[in-house]
Design a protein around this ligand. Structure first.
Ligand code: 8YV
Length: 333
């Protein structure tokens, strides 16, 4: 096929080199070499001309934008598992196909979740900062910088999908007791493997856990699932970890509880108004109450290459006239 006749694929951000090289071999690929997030005007221009758009969590693909798509535009191959950046229902109504990159970031995300589950009660960042900050370390003391034990504590997982289960497997090895709330109870075999206790009532689970970890997708139904009312149910010794999406927690309410000492701490990789991070959260982090990460849970080079390869498989199978393996339908959300 002459080069100009090949389908045009627009990448909204810079992807790992090997992924970009392969994409250029297969498609007429427009790269974003300087990796600056695309403006609204750039996105409009992209979907007016491209056959395929490869957006990420930083691109808002809403109904108004989709209304500007050209006739040739057919596929949104999201580079990411979560699709809350895309109005999937609207896209599907318009006859577009949407795909994502499930599975390949499960283990990395679960690792980082575990790191936060450990970092908050064991005061990992606070301790490390003692050696790199202005303060001078005066030596070991039996009562200084004491955290809290992980082993034997109750972990409440909100959303027991792939990532929730991968967290549960790790947490068991650290001696945590596994509890979970999910839209649907998971098969008995999985519950047995994970020694996991199912809570039909999220409220009741929240009120009894030492650590809460969020692993559900962000959808209209889970927006502020951890509302001000629900957050108040947490025990004062509880910590909360979020590597899913900021919007699932009412961040203002969480900040108030942390400032008032009504919960013990938080480990947050995602924020309600990303990339903005509440200055109050930053102050709490400086005071050692919370650990904040800039959306790093899946950030490994191996993971990003795997994600890129999933994107390529989805585009290629779609363009070859097959159903792409990672199609996202509104009914799945
Ligand atoms: C990705 C994520 O880095 O895949 C997801 O849902 O949250 C992240 O780990 C990001 O979404 C890429 O678009």
């Amino acid at each position: 096929m002459p080069k100009s006749k090949r389908p045009l694929v627009v990448l909204t951000r810079k992807l790992p080199d090997s992924v970009e090289v392969r994409m250029r071999e297969l498609f007429d690929t427009r790269l974003n070499a300087d990796d600056m997030p695309m403006s609204r005007a750039d996105l409009v221009e992209a979907i007016k001309t491209a056959d395929v758009l490869v957006p990420t969590v930083t691109d808002r693909i809403d109904a108004a934008l989709l209304g500007k798509a050209g006739e040739q535009f057919k596929l949104i191959a999201n580079f990411g598992n979560g699709v809350d950046n895309i109005d999937v229902a609207n896209a599907v109504e318009r006859g577009l196909t949407v795909t994502n990159t499930p599975n390949v970031l499960t283990e990395d995300t679960a690792d980082m979740t575990m790191a936060l589950i450990l970092a908050v009660p064991r005061r990992l960042v606070e301790g490390a900062t003692v050696l790199t900050g202005d303060q001078k370390w005066t030596g070991w003391s039996p009562t200084w910088m004491l955290g809290h034990r992980i082993s034997g504590k109750r972990l409440g997982i909100v959303g027991m999908g792939r990532i929730g289960q991968a967290v549960a497997r790790r947490a068991r090895a650290f001696g945590l007791q596994i509890h979970y709330h999910n839209r649907r109870r998971v098969p008995a075999k999985i519950e047995q493997e994970l020694a996991a206790t199912y809570w039909d009532s999220l409220d009741q689970m929240l009120a009894r856990m030492d650590i809460i970890s969020i692993h559900c997708p962000h959808t209209p139904a889970t927006y502020h699932l951890l509302s001000a009312r629900r957050l108040k149910l947490l025990r004062p010794n509880a910590t909360i970890v979020n590597t899913a999406r900021g919007e699932i927690i009412d961040e203002n309410a969480l900040v108030r509880l942390l400032i008032d000492g009504n919960i013990a701490g938080a480990g947050l990789d995602v924020f309600e108004h990303e990339p903005a991070v509440s200055p109050k959260l930053v102050r709490l982090a400086r005071a050692g109450k919370v650990v904040l990460l800039p959306h790093l849970a899946s950030a490994t080079i191996e993971g990003r290459i795997d994600m890129g390869e999933r994107v390529i498989v989805n585009i290629k199978s779609f363009l070859d006239g097959h159903k792409p393996p990672d199609r996202v339908l509104p009914s799945m959300l």
